[in-house]
Design a protein around this ligand. Structure first.
Ligand code: SF4
Length: 64
């Protein structure tokens, strides 16, 4: 599984980077950079939480 962020929806709120520190960092404008799209099984629940909490519905989890 991997994380996908739609940059056309993202508002740069940064919640995702707080929840998925291994996968996402923020640039200097607080927009996410997906450093590691692949999701560890142990981080799946946290990724689901990031999807639910993203205010712009910009994050999704896809199966490879
Ligand atoms: S939580 Fe959503 S809107 Fe906020 S930075 Fe992450 S992807 Fe963008």
């Amino acid at each position: 599984m991997r994380i996908v962020i739609d940059p056309t929806r993202c508002g740069g709120h940064g919640t995702c980077a707080q929840l998925l520190t291994e996968n996402i960092v923020l640039d200097k404008w607080h927009f996410p950079i997906l450093e590691r799209a692949k999701l560890r099984d142990s981080h799946f629940e946290m990724a689901k939480r990031a999807v639910q909490l993203c205010p712009e519905l910009a994050i999704s989890i896809v199966e490879d």
